[in-house]
Write a protein that binds this ligand. Structure first.
Ligand SMILES: *Cc1c(COP(=O)(O)O)cnc(C)c1O
Length: 370
């Protein structure tokens, strides 16, 4: 009997390989609070990602909350409704107001042309998302931020390892937040990080993720407990050894899907940007509804055939009950995001998906469109 094929599955090295790391933790009895593995992972990630400073976190949500606090953001924050709820939740956790702006017509990211219209005297920051690892229009967003004196915090949860115009995408804006959750390309079981440009900002963020302690006796801010443990950091170091191979493998899956499904007239695939690298974290397709064809129809058909695709991102954050009442949640102003959200489906892509499984997924998708 065929097993369920999931949209993603974590990449786990052999357990035996992890034991020596655990032994080291058991020997030195340093479990958390900037331990040796934590320090090593920060260093190796800086090298791998080609960034200057990184602060590891227990997860990306706490990192997003802390990023807004670190930059002392007030009032309104412009963001996208086409994301995972953690993006807007982090704004709410700081008692700020999320202001939703529509996405581009030919992509999944916030439309910079619509950002300007949403700016008010209370706006202090923009929190865009590099959705599926596709870079936002970082240059235009920076131009707007400079004009109006706004900070930019990128939710870069999908953007591990992406290069844009020959430098790390994570170096654009003021801060970038990564997620190392089990479902992401690079995982530490749970985990996340803030990429920041200078040592002083890193120091401030490191204090905020440790209750606001400056030294043993002094607390200067209402910080949180956002520290990554040694077990997670050690796993990250092991995982990092295999990340290039895992991404290469995903790349093959990506292009096989593109070749096989790109020719179906009911399916639209948004092309990658030539100036950016990719990590192949998701494979989104857009379904053109007609007659008996619909996104949810395909989703259900795949599900009964044991293919667990996902509707990322549906519903829009702005359509969720707790956000619906905001004036910026007006669906008439979010038509591109709404359209994508109703037509998108993410297909299985991960480093343990076999050729046979992928061919089966392709066959089932084709069968639905026949
Ligand atoms: C996964 C994800 C998050 C949350 O990451 P956690 O590490 O699970 O807290 C935030 N934003 C986006 C866009 C995500 O996909």
């Amino acid at each position: 009997m065929r097993k369920n094929i999931f949209v993603t599955q974590p990449h786990l090295p052999e357990l035996d390989e992890f034991i020596p790391y655990l032994r080291e933790i058991w020997d030195n009895k340093w479990l958390t609070n900037n331990g040796p593995f934590h320090q090593r992972l920060e260093k190796e990630l800086c090298e791998f990602l080609n960034v200057k400073h990184i602060c590891l976190f227990t997860n990306a949500t706490i990192a997003l909350v802390t990023a807004l606090q670190a930059l002392r953001i007030k009032g309104e924050v412009i963001t996208t409704p086409y994301s995972f709820v953690a993006t807007s939740h982090s704004i709410m956790w700081n008692n700020l107001t999320p202001v939703f702006v529509d996405t581009e017509i030919n992509g999944f990211n916030i439309d910079p042309r619509k950002i300007e219209e949403a700016i008010t005297p209370n706006t202090t920051a923009i929190m865009p998302v590099h959705c599926y690892g596709h870079p936002c229009d970082v240059e235009e967003i920076q131009r707007i931020a400079d004009n109006y004196g706004l900070k930019i915090i990128y939710d870069a949860a999908h953007a591990f390892g992406i290069e844009f115009k020959d430098k790390s995408l994570l170096t654009y804006g003021d801060l970038s937040i990564l997620s190392f959750h089990a479902t992401k390309v690079f995982n530490t079981f749970e985990g996340g990080a803030i990429v920041c440009p200078d040592a002083k900002t890193k120091e401030r963020i490191d204090r905020l993720k440790n209750f606001g302690f400056v030294d043993e006796l002094t607390v200067t801010a209402p910080g949180i407990n956002g520290k990554m443990s040694e077990v997670n950091a050690a796993f990250g170091l092991l995982q990092l050894k295999y990340i290039r191979t895992a991404i290469e493998y995903r790349k093959e899956i990506h292009y096989r899907y593109k070749n096989e499904l790109g020719i179906i007239s009911g399916i639209e695939i948004i092309d990658e940007q030539e100036t950016a690298s990719q990590n192949y974290s998701y494979f989104p397709i857009l379904i053109k509804s007609k007659n008996n064809i619909s996104r949810d129809g395909l989703y259900d058909f795949l599900k009964i055939n044991k293919v667990m695709s996902r509707r990322y991102f549906y519903p829009l954050i702005s359509d969720m009950p707790m956000y619906k009442g905001l004036s910026s949640s007006n669906p008439q102003k979010l038509t591109n995001a709404k359209d994508k959200s109703q037509r998108v489906l993410c297909l299985p892509i991960h480093a343990s998906l076999t050729d046979e499984e992928q061919m089966y997924v392709i066959e089932k998708v084709k069968e639905y469109f026949l």
